[in-house]
Design a protein. Structure first.
Length: 409
């Protein structure tokens, strides 16, 4: 009886102890759950941050990751660098291999399609291609580089899943193209240098040999008329040698940028008439030199010395090749701050295949005509330096028209 009473008296204490234990266990479980949730939240936050960084890196590098299901024959993209405005790639997921290959430039599509087919069939274990892609809505072209490999195989070892990356490489291709052009320019420069040395050696040697040869025999000549003839030849070859050296020096100065423009305002009519007067002494008998100016006076602003040099060479060229008919010098009314000055002759003309070659250094259509072949080249270089150009229209046997177009303000 006493034992029963004792148990009844202690029951509240036991119940209280059990409640305390349960409460402690509950709190401990809550704490564990809270720690787990906190850990999961941190992991989710880290994953979200990782995904943002991951997509940012892929977008910055213009890199996309894709999968190709061999059985269904469709692509799935995890990330695509292509612009949203590209209509063809608006829905890239589910694109077939044929659709993907058809988007490539025709010059690359067959090669890339075959390489991808070899990977899917198991004939190759890796895929790497560089190709051009044509954007359908504006027909622009850009470059891509792709790598791929087999990600999963079936029981027979045949590929069932391909994973790959594609990167847009326009900048790299532009750099490669720039390097190729730089190399070509260097090779061309080396070729021109060799040709220049060879031509200069020939062009200088000819008048120099005449000067040295005639000078060496001059003391032995007693006849005054013969001596005068030799002195005239020496003088002629000396002037020829000086012209060659002056032309080469002028071209070198302009191209190196060591000779600055001296802009002045002057009357174009006066300049052309003075240049024509100096050129008249080289005219063949019966050839008439005329003018055809757009107006009685035309003030322009440009480098007087360079324009004078251009016109001098064009008129010398016309007088050398015109044996009958006329040489007409003129200009048109200025248009948009530019003026066209021209020299038209009735000379022998230039064949169509040589119309651009005559502006090359040392090129001569007729080797029997005196000259080093530098005048027209120098004229074009000087016109370029003035912000203009020298062009020619000609028909063989009918004459030529050389035009100089330069800004005048």
């Amino acid at each position: 009886m006493m034992l029963a009473i004792t148990l009844l008296d202690s029951w509240p204490q036991v119940l209280l102890s059990m409640l305390i234990v349960l409460l402690v266990v509950f709190l401990w479980l809550q704490w564990k759950t809270g720690m787990r949730l906190k850990s999961e939240l941190l992991l989710l936050e880290k994953m979200g941050k990782h995904n943002v960084e991951y997509e940012f890196v892929l977008g910055t590098m213009k890199l996309s990751i894709w999968h190709f299901d061999v059985k269904t024959g469709t692509f799935t993209f995890e990330h695509d660098f292509r612009e949203k405005g590209n209509k063809y790639y608006t829905n890239v997921d589910g694109m077939s291999m044929g659709e993907s290959v058809s988007a490539l430039d025709p010059r690359d599509s067959e090669r890339v399609g075959q390489s991808l087919a070899d990977l899917c069939s198991g004939r190759s274990s890796a895929y790497h291609e560089i190709y051009r892609v044509t954007v359908p809505y504006d027909k622009s072209v850009y470059w891509e580089e792709s790598y791929a490999t087999v990600a999963a195989r079936d029981e027979e070892g045949k590929p069932v899943k391909i994973v790959g990356t594609t990167q847009r490489i326009d900048d790299r291709k532009a750099m490669e193209e720039a390097l190729i052009q730089a190399r070509n320019r260097a090779e061309e420069s080396d070729r021109l240098k060799s040709a220049f040395v060879a031509n200069m050696s020939h062009e200088i040697r000819t008048p120099l040999n005449a000067i040295v040869g005639f000078t060496s025999v001059l003391p032995d000549i007693n006849d005054e008329e013969e001596r005068k003839s030799l002195l005239d030849l020496i003088q002629e070859n000396t002037q020829k040698l000086l012209r060659i050296v002056d032309d080469v020096v002028n071209i070198s100065k302009i191209e190196s940028g060591k000779e600055e423009l001296v802009m002045t305002s002057f009357d174009l009519n006066t300049l052309l008439l003075e240049t024509m007067n100096r050129s008249e002494q080289g005219l063949a008998q019966g050839v008439e030199m005329k003018t055809q100016f757009a107006q009685e006076s035309q003030t322009i602003t440009t480098d007087l010395a360079r324009l004078n040099e251009i016109m001098k060479h064009l008129l010398q060229n016309a007088t050398k090749f015109t044996q009958t008919g006329s040489i007409v010098v003129g200009y048109d009314q200025p248009v948009d701050g530019r003026i066209c000055i021209w020299v038209r002759d009735t000379g022998k003309g230039v064949a169509e295949e040589n119309l651009e070659r005559i502006f090359e250094r040392f090129f001569k259509v007729d080797e029997f005509i005196p000259g080093a072949g530098l005048g027209l080249s120098l004229s074009r270089v000087m016109a370029f330096s003035l912000g203009g150009d020298v062009t020619v229209e000609s028909k063989l046997g009918e004459g030529s028209t050389f035009r100089v177009v330069i800004p005048i303000q």
